[in-house]
Design a binder for this molecule. Sequence first.
Ligand code: SAM
Length: 225
Amino acid sequence: MNPSEENLEYLRQRMVDEQLLRRDIRDKNVTSVFRKVPRHRFVDPAMRLEAYGDFPVSIGKGQTISQPYMVALMAQVLDVKKNDKVLEIGTGSGYETAILAELGGEIFSIERIEGLAKKAGKVLEEFGYKNIHIKTGDGTLGWQEHAPFDKIIVTASSQDAPQPLLDQLREGGKMVMPVGSRFTQRLLVLEKEKGRISERDVCGCVFVPLIGEFGWGENCAGKDS
Ligand code: SAM
């Protein structure tokens, strides 16, 4: 049976109450956009109920839409301000892109897999966002023509932060990204001050690999292997 819009709306509010507020998501801007953006629209129609579960959901091509809590945590630590220029690496379903756009940023999002980028672009267009720009490509290289960025968010993991992204981060800017081994990582916040990068460890996490010139190789081989 297809869930009704009322049912999905109820699940969305419950997701915020039980998965975000009962943990450490305190930023009211973040919780209010989570109450608004219909997460079920970013997954396959057969997965609409699962979209509000406390876990990642497959979006095809071996990729996932991250767990709601992880999307919220990254948005909270990134602290997007109105008109911030934000670079997102790993558009995926486009859900997190919508969250960042609702927070007021101008979003430049790069997805490596063309099919996902196109699908996400179509959904986001249906919502009428004017502050989202998507392209297909290797996000580890950044998006030089729009740099520098106030904020950078990387939604796939690597052994370390890609140098081009650190170079394209504005002075005083902030970047959030999972860094570590192939199967387990730490979520890091990197800040650039006087040209130097400081690092803060937020929590442990598990993300799909960032595949590209400054990430993992195609078969997920590290730089040294
Ligand atoms: N935040 C997304 C959402 O809300 O659906 C989920 C992102 S998913 C966890 C990570 C994405 O990063 C995948 O779609 C994957 O194809 C993409 N990715 C991996 N390496 C990439 C690269 N070098 N450049 C751009 N995207 C990349």
